[in-house]
Design a protein around this ligand. Structure first.
Ligand SMILES: Nc1nc2c(ncn2[C@@H]2O[C@H](COP(=O)(O)OP(=O)(O)OP(=O)(O)O)[C@@H](O)[C@H]2O)c(=O)[nH]1
Length: 569
């Protein structure tokens, strides 16, 4: 039973714990989602700010460069040597200010491309080459001029220069607003990725995509969509490549569309997506100043690893075991042990004993039940004992009454039989005899017939009284039946027997005289010997009585063992 109760308690606790666990998981997932969304939004703004901060100065300088009158004049008449000299001087002064210490200037008029880097490698030969409208590598230039976009960021390897850079391209326009060239600077892509994107924050991935969703800055260079500007739609490495599920791709592209439509800085969208089999929270922001989107992916499992739940589980299991142990101790002491002792007590009572073992009585229903049971058994024991005593008394009384003659109060025939048997055995043991007197009222029938039965009864009662008065207290007087009385005298010898027999016979005669109804009695006596049977003794006494009757009544006749055998009556 204990095992079953403990098992049931464990199961109930597990069920309750599981329910709590699921509730906790649902609640914590909700909290984590809200928290994650806020973190994602903060992270997106932070990452955007970092990117813009590092680019703003460069973009400002590039724009300043694009509006330089010296360069604009040069772009209009690129072949004028004096203008070229002052233009190169102007370019070099910008080179010193750009963070990368590099610049480029590309002119529409003649396709000349000027460039110098931080090592001042091309001093005096800043004109690097002429752009070719037919060369795919130079397509970016003609595309930007065609599109007429004033500002553009472009990640592109320059095969001529052998560098991969994040290019800041700014359109030069003449006084009529006509594009005359593109100037700008480049930032080393690796340094930039390391500073802005690959920042080593575990569980946080930052990437930037352009206006069309093409990946521009990402820690894995294989995903970067180099020279996006010249690629047709469909061939670009767009952001949806990162996601496993088609619905996630749709979700992200939907966010980009939404933010693009709003066209406001500081707006953030977020949602759950799956990347490399991990559920991540994506935060997306639009950066209108550069026309890019910033996407931050938060791996919640990395940020909030499941391992933080281990202490919780450990606490749960320790609590479970402690609770079961406590439960066991309480059940054992408060329920099972008291029930076991109570069961033993019930078995004892069932087997007829009222001596109870000490019962455990805890302060609960079982304790009260044990207490009531104890009181009940106590009462039951007392009642049973009283009942037994009463029955014993009644039985004794009945036994006594069964041996008493109701009319005279002397022993009846059964009582005399028992007394006789005792005397026979005693005689056997001690080797001494005992006396038996058999008395019969003479002509008693006549008293009955003439005076009535009641008087007859009175006479019998008087005879009984005289009989008792004539013998010793330890002799046994009895009424054999009708008007016949038997007295057993013990111990006795022949002289005593003779004396008492005569005394009785005379007493009846003399005492009855005084009552006005004189009666006489015939008495036969026999001195029983060790070895005599009850039958022999009674027949001997009876034959003596018969002899007394035969000789004329109102006399005593004593039979001795030497007499001839007496024939049956
Ligand atoms: N009143 C009364 N009479 C009884 C009782 N028991 C027996 N008797 C009567 O006692 C009488 C006994 O008579 P018997 O012993 O036959 O003869 P008897 O008249 O005594 O004559 P003997 O014995 O020969 O002297 C019978 O009439 C019985 O009905 C009793 O309890 N009360």
């Amino acid at each position: 039973m204990k095992t079953r109760i403990l098992g049931l308690a464990a199961v109930l606790m597990m069920v309750a714990s599981l329910a709590s666990w699921f509730a906790y998981r649902a609640l914590s997932a909700d909290i984590i989602e809200r928290w994650g969304q806020q973190v994602a939004e903060i992270q997106v703004r932070y990452d955007s700010a970092r990117l813009l901060q590092s680019l703003e100065r460069e973009i400002g300088l590039a724009k300043q460069m694009a509006s330089s009158l010296v360069l604009l004049n040069f772009a209009k008449t690129p072949d004028a040597p004096d203008l070229q000299a002052s233009a190169i001087e102007e370019m070099e002064s910008f080179r010193e200010n750009f963070r990368d210490n590099s610049y480029f200037v590309a002119l529409r008029e003649n396709g000349h491309y000027y460039y110098n880097n931080s090592e001042n490698e091309f001093a005096g030969k800043q004109l690097r080459y002429a752009l070719d409208p037919e060369d795919p590598d130079d397509a970016w230039f003609y595309q930007l001029l065609d599109e007429g976009r004033d500002f553009h960021l472009n990640v592109n390897p320059d095969t001529e220069l052998g560098v991969t850079k994040l290019w800041i391209d700014v359109l030069m326009r003449d006084s009529e607003g006509k594009p005359v060239g593109i100037v700008g600077t480049g930032l080393n892509l690796d340094d930039f990725l390391q500073d802005i994107v690959d920042i080593g924050q575990e569980g946080i991935t930052t990437l930037f995509v352009d206006y069309n969703g093409a990946i521009q800055l990402y820690r894995d260079r294989n995903y970067i969509d180099f020279a996006s500007i010249i690629k047709p739609e469909g061939q670009k490495n767009t952001v949806d490549l990162l996601f496993d599920e088609p619905e996630d791709k749709q979700k992200i592209l939907g966010m980009l569309q939404l933010l693009k439509k709003r066209d406001e800085a500081g707006q953030v969208e977020s949602g759950f997506v799956t990347v490399d089999g991990h559920e991540q929270l994506a935060g997306v922001a639009f950066l209108p100043t550069i026309g890019w989107f910033e996407i931050t992916l938060l791996d919640l499992n990395a940020l909030l690893p499941n391992s933080f739940l281990w202490p919780l589980l450990a606490v749960f299991f320790v609590a479970l075991i402690l609770t079961l142990v406590l439960f066991h101790v309480i059940i054992q002491s408060k329920i099972l042990k008291p029930i076991t002792t109570l069961e033993k007590a019930v078995e004892k009572v069932r087997d007829g004993s009222f001596e109870l073992p000490r019962l455990d009585k805890p302060d609960n229903e079982i304790g009260r039940l044990s207490h009531h049971f104890e009181q009940m058994v106590d009462t039951l024991g007392n009642t049973t004992r009283e009942l037994e005593n009463k029955v014993n008394r009644r039985t004794e009384e009945l036994n006594r009454l069964a041996r008493i003659d109701t009319l005279t109060g002397l022993k009846n025939r059964r009582g005399l039989d028992e007394a006789m048997e005792e005397e026979i055995q005693r005689a056997e043991r001690q080797g001494t005899g005992f006396g038996v007197i058999w008395l019969d009222v003479d002509h008693f029938k006549a008293f009955n017939d003439e005076l009535g039965h009641q008087i007859g009864d009175q006479i019998l009662c008087r005879v009984a009284l005289w009989l008792k008065a004539g013998i010793r207290p330890y002799d046994h007087p009895g009424r054999w039946g009708g008007d016949e009385f038997v007295v057993i005298l013990s111990p006795c010898d022949s002289r005593t027997l003779k004396t008492i027999a005569n005394r009785i016979q005379q007493m009846v005669e003399q005492e009855s005289e005084k009552t006005g109804t004189p009666v006489t009695a015939s008495v036969g006596a026999y001195l029983a010997q060790p070895g005599d049977t009850s039958d022999t003794i009674l027949r001997r006494a009876d034959s003596a009585l018969y002899e007394a009757k035969r000789r004329g009544r109102n006399r005593v006749c004593i039979s001795t063992p030497e007499d001839e055998e007496i024939k049956p009556l």
